[in-house]
Design a protein around this ligand. Structure first.
Ligand SMILES: Nc1ncnc2c1ncn2[C@@H]1O[C@H](COP(=O)(O)OP(=O)(O)OP(=O)(O)O)[C@@H](O)[C@H]1O
Length: 339
């Protein structure tokens, strides 16, 4: 949980990330800014291609070879990330800022045992002896809920079930007690029961390890319980940001509202699913005005012509929309059953 008095541990300001492709320059992130506070969970939400992963990975400059940070500032603790040497960056990656992914096999090496992989990280970053490392690895496997850790430590990734592999990857990511964990769709590939267990585990570990989490997901439903704040991204831009409770109670961007309406409600007799028509715009050729204008119920000529700024619409709640008034009117109509 966020400590309101603390300084941010990570600050990203006006981040622009580009990729060179045969078809031209892809503008994947277009001016994203955010802060991350110690111990909090910040969700980055949006459909596929909205720039969530690239934004998060840019914080440790982990971009594909054809990509670069075209503009912006990134500050981690008192360090200017964009001017760090490669050696310095390597010390931060995996130790202070670590990652887990949707597919654990991206992070786990199939030819080494789970124990060897955790111990390697401990040796590399913390200079631990083999004996100390093994003890810590067993302890970590226990913490992430892997039964019989003394035996499992000698198993290879393919010998574990999907849920257990996810737990092993989490153990590896937490080995050096990071201050930030980037979790990129960590539960998307798992069935609902295992998904709930992994989310619960992450919350417990966050309390124990006092780390901040950047939780990337396309599913607003997942973050309701998990996150303190959210950035909603569309077309490489933040279109709404704020406390998670505020965003769920009072969404102030038509895109967020659309995402919320795509969550099936089990507490309603009649399930109402208004999914968002159309697809995310091509990053080689964004519309001139608001990037969401061609899919928005409320768009008019102004939206097509002029790109709105991200404005603070109430305390620490930001939205990038010309027509919050129309959105509110419509939300009320839906609430009253008129639409
Ligand atoms: N190496 C690359 N070369 C070209 N384009 C890329 C590269 N990596 C990412 N992109 C593009 O950048 C945009 C943002 O990608 P990103 O992976 O951040 O989206 P996302 O919101 O995380 O979606 P997903 O959930 O599908 O990963 C997309 O249009 C993607 O195709």
């Amino acid at each position: 949980m966020k400590d309101n008095n603390s300084e941010p541990i990570l600050r990203v300001d006006n981040l622009h990330v580009h990729f060179k492709t045969e078809d031209g320059i892809i503008k994947a992130v277009n001016g994203a800014s955010f802060e991350l506070y110690p111990g909090e969970t910040l969700a980055i939400v949006g459909e596929s291609g909205s720039g969530k992963t690239v934004t998060a990975l840019s914080t440790i400059r982990l971009l594909d070879e054809n990509g670069w940070i075209a503009e912006g500032e990134i500050q981690y603790k008192d360090m200017d990330v964009l001017s760090l040497s490669y050696n310095h960056l390597r010390k931060i990656r995996g130790k202070e800022i670590s990652m887990i992914f949707q597919e654990p096999m991206t992070a786990l090496n199939p030819v080494y045992t789970i124990g060897e992989q955790i111990m390697e990280s401990l040796e590399l970053h913390l200079n631990m002896s083999e004996k100390e490392g093994k003890k810590r690895a067993i302890d970590l496997l226990k913490k992430v809920g892997i039964p019989e850790p003394e035996r499992r430590i000698d198993q290879y990734p393919h010998e574990l079930s999907g849920g257990m592999r996810q737990r092993a990857m989490i153990a590896m990511a937490l080995a050096c007690n990071p201050s930030i964990l980037i979790a990129d769709e960590p539960t998307t590939a798992l069935d609902v029961t295992i998904q709930a267990q992994i989310l619960e585990l992450m919350k417990d570990l966050q309390n124990e390890f006092k780390m901040a989490i950047i939780f990337i997901t396309h599913d607003l439903g997942v973050i309701a319980e998990m996150a303190d704040r959210a950035l909603v991204m569309y077309g490489g831009e933040v279109v709404e940001s704020g406390e998670i409770k505020t965003i769920f109670k009072r969404p102030r961007h038509p895109y967020t509202w659309g995402l919320m309406n795509s969550i099936p409600r089990i507490d309603k007799d009649e399930e109402r699913l208004l999914s968002i028509p159309g697809v995310v715009p091509n990053p080689l050729n964004f519309p001139k005005g608001c990037k969401f204008s061609n899919r928005c119920f409320f768009a008019d000529q102004k939206c097509v012509d002029e790109d709105p700024n991200l404005e603070e619409i109430e305390d620490r709640h930001f939205s990038r929309c010309w027509h919050i008034d129309k959105l509110l009117e419509n939300m009320n109509k839906v609430k009253e059953g008129e639409v």
